[in-house]
Ligand binder design. Structure first.
Ligand code: PLP
Length: 428
């Protein structure tokens, strides 16, 4: 059978029931797995046989769902993590250690910026931040001999910048490091980073993949395309013996396709234990089954809301890559011809106080610290996530006090627009 489309993968990839087996992915709610002999179990501990022995490392339910996400992204292997934060940490820490360096886009999720800039710095891993629009020369200047990864978000949360992935991929490969892309916002339904040169893809599955605000989770997918052995000195963790597993060499034993995820599972999951619960993986899979149906609706609503806002006299600025006025319009058309996501950010003419009044008057859109949910929600960073900053600091960070981030859900667009219209009128 020829390769199936993304929708078929959303519904069926990753799990094929056996004759008489459950049609739906079974929830294997078990911490442990039984073996007839210690020798059989020992072979699992030596990574000689594939199988399950303890859910902190691997669980069949999680693996079915991870295999689905890997298929959707066009990768060779995948794993679930307890959150998007854990996914990005594992993806980076799997190939970086004290003394190493990361180059990252500066336009990334605040939690990830904190992870890289503050927490990983405490582990001795430093970082240089570059614009998501950096030129080849600017990227080259950011690399150091100890740089081990280049990181960026395909569509950034919350700035909604669209990464110049082709320039980033070329720079990463010129310097012999993998490009890691957080693809949370467009999801593989709208954008597949591996097709544009990414080597590793990460997700906060908490967002559109789950899509219902039901479970926090993350995922990592390996493209299988990065040749670790060709950069043996740079990635000793993958290319030299792991003494904690009797001296196996991941890149030799599991090949280019499997080394990265096997190492992340058998070392980082073993030691940090950021596993997703099988129950949450089941909920995540329910979300994935309709992701290809939901994403076009999120985009349709995002586009309609962005166009409405852009034409409104109380709105001074709208960021949405589907608007012709967006500096990212052309790049988005090329990379994501079916649209990006349903998140729109905009600024009201009356600053912080008008933003507060506007949001208070919304009836359908709820005030929440969340995005990418079936229900429309919004947030004013100045009075919530960034409330420790004063107006001048906010302006410096590119987050004006009157800015609102709105995540358009799956309601009827006419109703969302009517809600926005009445809340704006209430601000006059
Ligand atoms: C939310 C988010 C994260 C963090 O994910 P959690 O599941 O909340 O840990 C990482 N990256 C992006 C782009 C996000 O939107």
């Amino acid at each position: 059978m020829k390769e199936t489309g993304i929708g078929t993968k959303c519904v069926q990839a990753g799990y094929t029931p056996e004759n008489g087996g459950p049609r739906q992915i079974p929830i294997i709610q078990s911490t442990t797995f039984k073996y007839d002999t210690s020798e059989a179990m020992g072979r699992l501990f030596d990574l000689e046989d594939a199988g399950y022995f303890y859910t902190r490392l691997q669980n069949p339910t999680n693996d079915y769902v991870a295999a689905k996400i890997a298929a959707m992204e066009g990768g060779t292997a995948g794993m679930l993590t307890s959150s998007g934060q854990a996914a990005n940490f594992f993806a980076l820490f799997n190939i970086c250690e004290a003394g190493d360096h990361i180059v990252s886009s500066s336009s990334i999720y605040g939690g990830t910026y904190n992870l890289i800039h503050v927490t990983m710095a405490k582990m001795g891993i430093t970082a240089t931040f570059v614009s998501p629009d950096a030129t080849a020369e600017e990227l080259d200047a950011a690399f150091q001999p100890n740089t081990k990864a280049l990181f960026g978000e395909s569509i950034a949360n919350p700035a909604l910048t669209v990464l110049d992935i082709e320039t980033f991929a070329a720079a990463a490969h010129r310097h012999g490091v993998p490009l890691i892309i957080d693809n949370t916002f467009p999801t593989p339904v709208n954008f597949r980073p591996i097709e544009w040169g990414a080597d590793i893809v990460t997700h906060s599955t908490t967002k559109y993949m789950d899509g219902h605000g039901a479970g926090v989770g993350g995922a990592i997918v390996d493209s299988g395309k990065f040749d670790w052995m060709a950069h043996k000195d740079k990635y000793p963790g993958l290319t030299t013996p792991d003494e904690s597993y009797h001296g196996i060499v991941y890149a030799e034993k599991f090949g280019q396709e499997g080394a990265f995820i096997t190492k992340a599972t058998s070392q980082l999951m073993r030691d940090f234990g950021s596993i997703q619960s099988p129950q949450n993986a089941f909920y995540l899979n329910l979300g994935l089954e309709s992701l290809h149906v939901r994403m076009p609706k999120h985009v349709e609503n995002g586009q309609a809301v962005a166009e409405f806002l852009e034409a409104h006299d109380l709105v001074t600025q709208v960021s949405y890559s589907g608007l012709k006025s967006s500096p990212y319009y052309e790049r988005a058309q090329k990379l994501m011809p079916n649209g990006g996501c349903g998140v729109v950010s905009f600024e009201l003419s009356g600053g912080r106080s008008m933003a507060e009044k506007f949001m208070m008057n919304l009836k359908l859109a709820a005030i929440e610290t969340h995005v990418a949910d079936a229900r429309t929600c919004c947030l004013n960073p100045a009075t919530s996530t960034h409330r420790q900053m004063n107006d001048a600091e906010l302006a410096d960070a590119g987050i004006p006090a009157g800015m609102i981030r709105m995540s358009c859900g799956l309601e009827d667009k006419e109703d969302l627009i009517a809600d926005l219209a009445q809340a704006l009128e209430a601000c006059r």
